[in-house]
Ligand binder design. Sequence first.
Ligand code: HEM
Length: 121
Amino acid sequence: MDFLTGSTHLHVTTWVVAIILFLIAALASKSKGLHMVLRLFYILIIITGGALFIEAMDYGQGMNYGIKFLLGILVIGMMEMILVRKAKNKPTTVFWILFVIFLFAVLYYGFKLPMGQSFLA
Ligand code: HEM
């Protein structure tokens, strides 16, 4: 499993791709196909993040990793809510605000935690 936990690059790649796909899908008038691909990336984010999470149990920072895990899932949840509500022509403003808040929070935690880039530590 070293390819999953040897560095954070794979995890970073999956969420960068997901956010780009999400933004394109959110701005496009028809986004069904992109939304399907984006859902595949949710799974890849969770697998790569989950592998790092298991690895992280050696670091004695369970609480911070727990928050990181939760925030990551919440960012995915907000992307999903925005696209589903957009498809149903329902308002999405609240979910955009929450998306931005959770995204900043998860980036902060990710870059603070000890693996990979830790320039906020
Ligand atoms: C869109 C959602 C997500 C974003 C934007 C995100 C962002 C990040 C960032 C910025 C890092 C630091 C990378 C580095 O330092 O090189 C990171 C690492 C990590 N992520 Fe995520 N993540 C997301 C979802 C998840 C999920 C769902 C999980 C858990 C299943 C998770 C678990 C982890 C773990 C355990 C680390 C290692 C932290 C460390 O010690 O540096 N992430 N993530």
